[in-house]
Design a protein around this ligand. Structure first.
Ligand code: FES
Length: 225
């Protein structure tokens, strides 16, 4: 059956595209080559942050272009990459003290509590909540609330206080992972084995396999219960 066509506007230019396409596929159908602003195409990398309005509606909406289906009347633009504040730090020289978050990101104190970041998040995360937790030095809570962040940067693009919530959350998750998360004895054992070269021959063998054989082995692998 033939797909119905819908009207969309990309950077104000009119295109007719099949109704079933994601925004990313609609861009491509319209002739745009996604060299930037596309990565995993599966909703994980955050590269495809997109803003749009609907014709006749003054609200600004956000979406991940690879995850959202294009709608009739969409007026679309992708957000070009812009550098957000990312403090440089040596994780090994830090500690679990939650005050490190405010020390390394003093702009946390500029949060106006407007909740625009939360509204901008295509993952529906409680961004302002985790910013608040970070401000209070609650590392574990900030890490937990931001766990599904894919760093698309839409919160940063919209924040009137010019915070980069996703980078602050990344520090919280790193601190949590380095200093607060319970240690896994299995992981420590496996890392020691890797360091001792126990798996070198296996990795070499896997790397030499044809893709089909690799897929076969992957599908037949033993899954830990
Ligand atoms: S391309 Fe990776 S999230 Fe959309």
């Amino acid at each position: 059956m033939k797909d119905t066509l819908i009207d969309i506007f990309i950077m104000d230019k009119h295109y007719r595209v099949p109704a079933s396409l994601t925004i990313m596929r609609a861009f491509e159908y319209a002739g745009y080559k996604m060299i930037r602003g596309a990565g995993c195409r599966g909703g994980f990398c955050g590269a495809c942050a997109t803003v749009y309005r609907m014709t006749g509606d003054n609200k600004l909406y956000v979406a991940l272009a690879c995850q959202s289906v294009a709608q009739d009347g969409m007026r679309l633009a992708q957000i070009p990459s812009f550098p957000a504040n990312k403090t440089r730090y040596d994780l090994a020289a830090l500690d679990a003290n939650g005050a490190r978050l405010l020390e390394l990101y003093p702009e946390l104190g500029l949060c106006k509590g407007c909740n625009t970041c939360t509204k901008a998040c295509p993952q529906d995360l409680q961004v302002m909540e985790y910013v608040g937790a970070a401000l209070r030095g609650e590392v574990a809570r900030a890490a937990d609330l931001s766990f599904d962040c894919i760093a698309c940067g839409l919160c940063t693009a919209r924040c009137p206080g010019e915070l980069a919530p996703y980078n602050i959350a990344l520090l919280a998750r790193r601190l949590y992972g380095a200093y607060l998360a319970p240690r896994s004895p299995h992981l420590a054992k496996r890392v020691a084995e890797i360091r001792a070269g126990k798996w070198d021959a296996t990795v070499r063998e896997l790397k030499a396999l044809p893709v089909d054989e690799l897929k076969k082995r992957y599908n037949a692998r033993e899954i830990e219960k």
